[in-house]
Design a protein around this ligand. Structure first.
Ligand code: SF4
Length: 688
């Protein structure tokens, strides 16, 4: 049973409508945008001020933490003052961890309560214990007793509730039974969901957040699959937790949220950034707008070329491909990270691009291939001179590993022959083939193979059947497949769907050729000139496919600045966990529980440790979502008490209550002790 109506079209998942105050979520409502205040909830004036700031930039639902009963009581005044300021229509949500008593107080004052099933009524002890079936049933009975009063009161008052699972704070009961897995996250929510339903209470929204987009995507998919099995249709709140800040935080959020929205899942979203919360809103709005432009309410017709694909959506496995050697240093294949190609506007810009890309700042993030349009024989001559001439120094000093030549349709295999024979750099010929060009496809591939070069063929899902017999005959040697547009219905309504069609088509002809994900204006859901739009589109397409195990090359062709395009490609690869080129930071967005200034601390730690490629550092305002959320972090910097920091190595707290002034130095000392420190290179030092 699938989690969505189509993996090729965006068919919005049918859900019940849940009212959060006067704001409808799910059903026929648009994707609702929400965020959270970061002030201390006891400071009513500051919290009202932040709520107003959020509402004024378009936040439709505002969440406020209620860490204890006293804070929950403050919600009464916050609600009153927020309404008096003219925002009575914007619902408030109390964020509860641990304390049922705080939830019981909060539900009296605000429109919705979020409970974390991992710690509601469960003091997390990280205890390893075998739960027998009888123990488990007993635990569920205890849970029923503890959670039921809140459900009954929410029902009486007409409040809604979010059962908000976090990967990092699963109960010991769940951890011991299912482990730290998407399945455990789903079961954690289902325990609470069943209790709510036993009281015939249905004003429920669910979430499955994780800092790792792959885990988050799988958990939401699994949750929907399980809900469908049990005929439950509650709306989803989507978010990637602890995504961090800047480009990285936006990319991680867009990968997770965007992938699910493209599959028709998601009714309200929060983009969590370690920045002032108002900056989250335009990002969330842009993501929602793009996804909603694709909404379709009916299942695609049976005329669709394919209705299902064979990728397991609940378990990550990289697609197995052949291995291509594009240079001595640059191989492509299942054992290799996805390779980065950068597009240059024309052959006349090649020299400038080489110079820009040779910057020492790109040492850890090199452009491995350069894509250049070839419109005429004269362009071939320029490339020929550059790739064969001694002073250009190919291949060692060429600046990148291979050249991709995007061929105009007027160029024939014969016109390419001299270049292919003499080039000292490996060439990847790039050409689109219509349904009636099978013979030409064969000729291009044969001429490329003859000279140990490669062909990247663009074949739309619609015309693929016409090429099947020639592709079977030719096999996959020296061949790559790519797309530059979403194709046209009925095969797919977005580029992710078109690439999934391509994967299935290749599987059907037995081809293990690598796939190049090209982000172009034609693959965009809603292309816009802003960098944010380009970043979001790249995250949707490349990030989403990489999280499904698809993609051996990527290129960001909507960005014309070659340095920026290269950086964006590496950041998307890092966000999807497909290629790690720098330190990975897991930073919470901060909230009223935060015990130190997260934004400045994150920036300070990043400045000192951002060069530690492959090291993962978690920076958390408090321990609510950790150390589970830091499960795969190497080091953790966590608020222990006001102004006091606890340091972790993996899941273990190794230093308690350090004054913040000492904590940075101690963190670096710990990194050194564990052999993960290297001194920054001069260009890193200059950049920081
Ligand atoms: S980890 Fe950060 S966002 Fe989460 S509750 Fe603690 S301070 Fe708030």
């Amino acid at each position: 049973m699938s989690y969505c109506a189509s993996r090729f079209h965006t068919v919005r998942r049918r859900t019940v409508e849940v009212m959060v105050g006067s704001v409808g979520v799910g059903g026929s409502h648009p994707v609702r945008i929400q965020s959270m205040t970061t002030s201390d909830t006891h400071d009513v004036t500051a919290t009202v001020k932040q709520s107003i700031a959020l509402a004024e930039v378009g936040c439709e639902i505002v969440r406020i933490t209620a860490p204890n009963v006293a804070a929950a009581k403050c919600l009464k005044d916050i609600r009153a003052q927020f309404s008096a300021a003219g925002f009575g229509h914007i619902p408030l949500v109390a964020d509860i961890h641990f304390l049922p008593s705080a939830a019981m107080e909060a539900v009296e004052h605000v429109e919705k309560v979020r409970v974390n099933p991992g710690n509601y009524a469960d003091k997390k002890k990280f205890a390893v214990k075998e739960y027998t079936e009888a123990d488990y049933v007993e635990e569920l009975e205890r849970l029923h007793e503890t959670f039921s009063p809140l459900v009954r009161r929410a029902k009486e008052l007409g409040r809604s509730m979010r059962i908000g699972t976090n990967h990092g704070s699963l109960s010991d009961r769940i951890m011991n039974r299912y482990g730290d897995t998407p399945l455990g996250m789903v079961e954690s929510a289902l325990e609470f969901l069943r209790i709510a339903r036993s009281h015939d209470y249905h004003q429920l929204i669910l979430s499955m957040k994780a800092s790792n987009p792959k885990v988050m995507i799988q958990a939401y998919r699994l949750l929907v699959q399980r809900m469908v099995q049990e005929d439950m249709h509650y709306p989803l709140h989507l978010g990637v937790t602890e995504a961090g800040d800047g480009e990285d935080g936006r990319i991680k959020s867009a990968i997770g949220i965007g992938s699910l929205l493209l599959d028709g899942l998601g009714d309200t979203i929060r983009v969590s950034l370690t920045e002032d919360s108002v900056y989250e809103i335009p990002v969330a709005q842009s993501i929602a707008k793009k996804a909603m432009s694709l909404w379709n309410t009916s299942r695609p017709s049976a005329t669709s070329l394919l209705l299902v694909d064979a990728i397991n959506p609940y378990h990550f496995e990289r697609r197995v491909t052949t291995t291509l050697a594009l240079s001595d240093q640059c191989r492509v294949g299942p054992e290799q990270p996805p390779r980065v190609i950068v597009r240059v506007g024309s052959v006349t810009e090649l020299a400038a691009a080489r110079e820009a890309l040779a910057s020492p700042r790109l040492t850890d993030t090199p452009a491995e291939g350069l894509l250049v349009p070839i419109n005429a024989v004269s362009d071939l001559e320029v490339v020929g001179a550059a790739t064969a001439r001694g002073d250009a120094g190919p291949p060692k000093n060429f600046g990148f590993e291979f050249l991709a030549l995007e061929l105009a349709t007027t160029l024939t295999p014969a016109t390419l022959a001299p270049l292919l024979t003499h080039s000292e750099v490996r060439l990847l010929l790039v050409r689109a083939f219509n349904a009636n060009e099978s013979e030409l496809l064969k000729q291009f591939l044969l001429v490329a193979r003859q000279n140990r070069h490669f062909l990247a063929a663009e074949i739309s899902p619609e015309s693929f059947p016409a090429h099947e017999s020639v592709l079977r005959e030719l096999g996959h040697a020296n061949l790559v497949f790519t797309l530059t547009s979403a194709g046209s219905p009925p095969s797919a309504s977005h580029a992710t769907g078109a690439y999934r069609q391509l994967v299935e088509r290749l599987r059907a002809v037995g081809s293990a050729a690598p796939i190049w994900i090209r982000n172009t204006s034609g693959t965009a859901v809603q292309g816009e000139p802003s960098f944010l739009s380009k970043l979001l589109e790249a995250s949707f397409l490349s990030g989403g496919l990489l999280c499904d195990g698809v993609g051996d090359f990527i290129s960001m062709e909507t960005e014309t600045d070659v340095t920026r395009a290269t950086k964006l490609a590496y950041n998307v690869l890092q966000g999807a966990g497909a290629r790690i080129s720098k330190t990975e930071f897991v930073a919470c967005p901060s909230c009223g529980r935060t015990l130190f200034d997260l934004q400045s601390t994150t920036q300070r730690i990043r400045a000192q440790t951002g060069h530690l490629k492959g090291v993962k550092i978690a920076i958390m305002g408090c321990i609510v979502n950790g150390p589970g959320e830091m499960a795969d972090a190497d080091f953790g910097y966590v608020g222990g008490a006001p102004g006091k920091i606890n340091l972790y190595v993996g899941k273990n707290c190794v230093q308690y209550n350090l004054p913040q002034a000492e904590a940075d130095g101690r963190l670096i000392a710990l990194i050194r002790e564990h052999g993960k420190w290297v001194d920054p290179s001069p260009h890193h030092a200059a950049n920081s």
